[in-house]
Design a protein around this ligand. Structure first.
Ligand SMILES: NC(=O)c1ccc[n+]([C@@H]2O[C@H](COP(=O)([O-])OP(=O)(O)OC[C@H]3O[C@@H](n4cnc5c(N)ncnc54)[C@H](OP(=O)(O)O)[C@@H]3O)[C@@H](O)[C@H]2O)c1
Length: 293
């Protein structure tokens, strides 16, 4: 099976991320069959993009050369992969399963083994770029797995991405995503403290950001989130609940590999306080709201 011949694919999980990602595959010439737990969303997707929808993950996966998934957490992935209606029951030998869910590295290793027993390839491929990245087809994809499987899936992944890189064996994509989230946790807290300080000092915080975002203090968070933070707007973006899931995964991995993550652990606690303030679905930049209480 050469990567040029890949045409029939499946996509499981049409959430904020999966819905547009599956749409790009269909728009760029793949024959996409989707499954979503809430069928109405799958029906809506099929109507919008013209692909097919199935009533089980196994049926969606039948005959597909690539099966993509983007659901919630480790156990959500297990529930769409295993069992008589799961993806593995429908997949054929030689096909590749690609998991875009942000999950643990241990799950990736487990799925890789389970797939291998059926002659199926596996890539863990969590993404960065958020809802806007998915809707604009410009995600960054961190991949773990084997080179041959990556070669088979890369062209399809690039339908909704601007960068996809194989970083090592199964689990490496999830480990890289943990690195990404560790970076973000510290940066957002730093930004929240800085904006709070600027306002308490009587400065025009927006004007300060305009200047310092041109220098060494700049970051994606500063450029894309400072103004909404200063306006107290958090009802969009990457939810605090998801961030806590991701930080929990990173902290558990750190315990296994002996890394110290004191700032990450503290910021995770701060996010639990944001949840108690009613901010479970607020964007991660809501750390500033916690300082304003
Ligand atoms: N949103 C972001 O900005 C972002 C950025 C990077 C990475 N991610 C990661 O991408 C993944 C998906 O995020 P999202 O924002 O798309 O989430 P979402 O909008 O909540 O969608 C989750 C999807 O997974 C399905 N699902 C959840 N549990 C399931 C289960 N047990 N069985 C079957 N289907 C299940 C949901 O089906 P229903 O429609 O039936 O609920 C829905 O299609 C998460 O791992 C998240 O951490 C998200």
């Amino acid at each position: 099976m050469s990567n040029n011949s890949v045409k029939k694919v499946a996509f499981i999980g049409l959430g904020v991320m999966g819905y547009p990602m599956a749409g790009y595959l269909q728009q760029k010439g793949y024959q996409v069959s989707v499954f979503n737990r809430t069928t109405a969303k799958a029906q809506q997707w099929a109507k919008q993009y013209g692909g097919n929808f199935a009533d089980t993950p196994a049926k969606a996966a039948q005959g597909a050369e690539l099966v993509f998934m983007c659901v919630g957490n480790d156990n959500d992935v297990r529930s769409v992969v295993y069992g008589e209606h799961g993806v593995l029951a429908g997949m054929q030998a030689g096909a590749v399963m690609v998991d875009h869910t942000t999950a643990s590295a241990n799950l990736a290793r487990e799925l890789s083994q389970a797939a291998k027993q059926q002659g199926i390839g596996f890539l863990d491929a969590p993404v960065s770029g958020g809802q806007a990245g998915a809707e604009n087809g410009v995600l960054t994809v961190m991949v773990g797995g084997e080179q041959g499987d990556f070669a088979q899936a890369e062209a399809a992944i690039m339908c909704y991405s601007r960068c996809a890189k194989l970083l090592g064996p199964a689990g490496s994509g999830q480990l890289a995503k943990m690195v990404n989230q560790i970076c973000i946790a510290g940066i957002v807290q730093g930004l929240a403290e800085a904006l709070n300080f600027a306002q308490n000092a009587g400065l025009d915080a927006a004007a300060v950001v305009e200047v310092i975002s041109q220098g060494a203090a700049s970051s994606w968070q500063m450029q894309n989130r400072s103004l909404t933070m200063l306006d107290g707007k958090y009802d969009f973006g990457f939810a605090v609940d998801w961030m806590r899931k991701d930080l929990g995964i990173a902290l558990a991995e750190a315990r296994e590999n002996g890394s110290h993550l004191p700032v990450t652990a503290l910021v995770d606690q701060f996010y639990s306080e944001v949840q108690q303030m009613g901010g479970s679905r607020w964007d991660t930049s809501s750390l500033l709201a916690r300082l304003k209480r």
